[in-house]
Design a protein around this ligand. Structure first.
Ligand code: BGC
Length: 609
């Protein structure tokens, strides 16, 4: 009898309208079930019992939290399906939504295609390409059983000293707005009649996107991570809120709150920005997730009085909390706050409705488990081709020859002997940057891909001898006559978030000296791998023949050889102003005193291809 009744419940009917399903399910939920939906825990504390008994709404993998070392997509899918079965075993059988930071491809997974970081994509100015990257990434994410990526970061960059500079598409809000088209690639394209702000997911080959970090994360003073963005509301709206309009118009399902503050007010407890602006004014109807342990940022000193943080955060408009570990305390505090009336039941219902709406829209109730037929898409040739195209288009040519009449590039692929130098020439991890395998990234052959050196070797003729040295030896420099030219690949090691904050921005590992030492002896092309502009000493600019900004291009190194050997033209344009000295920062392209080394939009073109 109960069986028949249950199967006729509206929320179980896939043909019923989403809003009717949401209302029906909400009406059947107890307070613990509602609070459970608002709770996101980390994989390492997620056991079947916890998921089933605490009615957990979401599980995530913090960067680097894999099922096992070098886990493949199928290992991920096995793990996530296991968690999902525990959720389905709960009283109402509400599926979990599993999230990861797949921010430049499904970068946590061994063998996945890794695309250039956002700063490089901003240099392409090619929104359609970015959308195709989103679609390819969605397939690879979905193959691993994950439903939700914490991407894109739509921060508008204020200062390259920020350790997350490379997660931003540009310092120009307009470019960030255009590049947010990644969402239509990830989630699929919303239909014409789709109501503005309504979450949308086209189908099982798509993933839920998350626009982050709301708002002003890129505008903090001195580029400090989790710092303070000091600006009027008018400017905040014009610069930092602007991309969210584009994201919401595409039906972005989720938004993440920022660790940063606005004029001293912590975003995680800012009712005006989270509720009045994002939800009411911009009409966002998806759900708002906190950042990792973000509620703690509300208190002074950070982490004290967690109960009060929960109260302020939820009442300000946070719908799901990335707890991620101390879920027992979160659930206890939430229960207490709702029972005492400090968090109104209406606020809880609103949060849960938003979460359920996304789950229904995403088809999670009908298709909770991984689709193994997608496994073949992981790191497939087609996706690597898209990444290679992105690399080609992201390279910015800053110098080519001593003057326009004597271009140095393209390089001669049949030269007799060439020298390749630098820590970044043959290091896939350095080429990928942060948020690859683990949050801070790692040097070395950390996944499958092609380094710059691999791609040079594949591009040159059979008779060309390629000599590679991480740091050039005295002997090599002494016998420099024998080399037709040198390619010097230097730059930043991988890093992420706070650890990347840097007030000096000099090229690490003696970069400027290595460039000068080689360029003094051999005609040199420098390829700079970095998440941002770096200090370029005048001697470097003077002595090198050619200079290319390659950002963090990812696994497809051939995109670089495609262009330096002249099969394709250089197309990239700077997404960020290149300063002369750090004491000029922050540089503002609209200021009268604007005096960059290379302005926003700079990029020499070539006519090779
Ligand atoms: C970052 C977010 C990320 C989250 C989950 C935080 O430290 O600020 O961008 O999505 O971790 O890994």
């Amino acid at each position: 009898m109960a069986e028949t009744e249950e199967s006729s419940w509206v929320y179980k009917n896939r043909d019923a309208p989403v809003e009717a399903r949401v209302k029906d399910l909400l009406s059947r939920m107890t307070l613990p079930e509602k609070i459970g939906q608002m709770t996101q825990i980390e994989r390492s504390v997620a056991s079947p019992q916890v998921i089933t008994n605490s009615f957990i709404g979401s599980v995530q993998s913090g960067a680097g939290s894999w099922p096992l070392e070098d886990a493949k997509s199928s290992d991920w899918a096995d793990m996530i399906d296991g968690f999902q079965r525990s959720a389905l075993a709960s009283r109402l059988g509400i599926p979990i939504i599993y999230g990861t930071d797949a921010v430049h491809g499904n970068n946590n997974v061994y063998g996945a295609t890794v695309f250039p970081h956002n700063i490089g994509l901003g240099a392409t100015r090619d929104a359609d390409l970015v959308k195709r990257i989103g679609a390819a990434t969605a397939l690879e994410i979905r193959a691993s059983g994950v439903h939700w990526t914490f991407a894109p970061c739509v921060a508008v960059l204020g200062d390259p000293r920020w350790g997350r500079c490379y997660e931003s598409y540009s310092e120009a809000a307009k470019i960030v707005c255009e590049m947010s088209l990644l969402i239509s690639g990830l989630q699929g394209e919303p239909p014409e009649e789709h109501p503005y702000g309504y979450p949308f997911l086209a189908g099982r080959n798509n993933v839920i996107a998350c626009a982050k970090h709301f708002v002003g994360d890129g505008g903090t003073e001195k580029g400090l991570s989790e710092g303070n963005t000091i600006t009027s509301y008018e400017d905040l709206e014009k610069i930092h809120v602007a991309p969210y309009l584009n994201c919401i118009a595409q039906g972005v399902s989720t938004v993440m709150a920022s660790f940063s503050s606005w004029n001293g007010s912590r975003l995680h407890s800012d009712y005006f920005l989270l509720t009045e602006v994002l939800k009411q004014k911009l009409g966002f109807k998806g759900f708002l997730v906190s950042d990792w342990d973000g509620l703690e940022t509300i208190s002074e000193p950070e982490g004290s009085n967690y109960r009060n943080c929960v109260k302020l955060g939820i009442n300000a408009g946070i719908d799901m909390v990335m707890v991620p570990f101390k879920y027992e305390q979160f659930i206890q505090d939430m229960t207490d706050l709702v029972e005492s009336g400090e968090i109104p039941m209406a606020r809880v219902n609103d949060a849960v409705e938003r979460i359920l709406r996304v789950k229904f829209v995403a088809g999670l109730f009908e298709h909770p488990l991984a689709d193994r037929s997608l496994l073949g898409t992981v790191g497939c040739k087609e996706h690597r081709e898209v990444a290679r195209e992105a690399v080609r288009k992201s390279l910015v040519l800053l110098k080519n020859g001593k003057n326009a009449d004597t271009p140095f590039l393209p390089l001669d692929r049949n030269a007799k002997r060439i020298l390749v130098v630098g820590m970044h020439a043959n290091d896939l991890g350095n080429q990928c940057g942060g948020w690859t395998k683990i949050k801070s990234g790692q040097s070395g052959r950390i996944t499958i891909g092609t380094t710059l050196l691999d791609s040079i070797k594949a591009a040159v003729g059979d008779k060309t001898e390629v000599i590679f040295e991480k740091t050039p030896t005295k002997e090599t420099l002494a016998s420099s006559d024998g080399f037709s030219y040198a390619i010097v690949a230097v730059g930043e090691p991988p890093y992420a978030e706070m650890k990347g904050d840097n007030s000096e921005l000099t090229i690490p590992f003696n970069g400027n000296n290595i460039i000068t030492a080689v360029a003094e002896k051999i005609p040199t092309l420098v390829i700079l791998f970095s998440g941002r502009p770096m200090v370029l000493e005048p001697t470097v600019l003077e002595k090198t023949e050619a200079l290319v900004a390659a950002w963090f291009p990812g696994t497809e190194g051939q995109g670089m050889s495609d262009v330096i050997f002249g099969d394709y033209d250089f197309k990239g344009k700077l997404p960020v102003s290149w300063f002369k000295r750090v004491d000029q920062l922050p540089l503002n392209a609209e200021a009268n005193s604007y005096d960059p080394l290379f302005p926003l939009g700079f990029g020499l073109t070539s006519n090779f291809g």
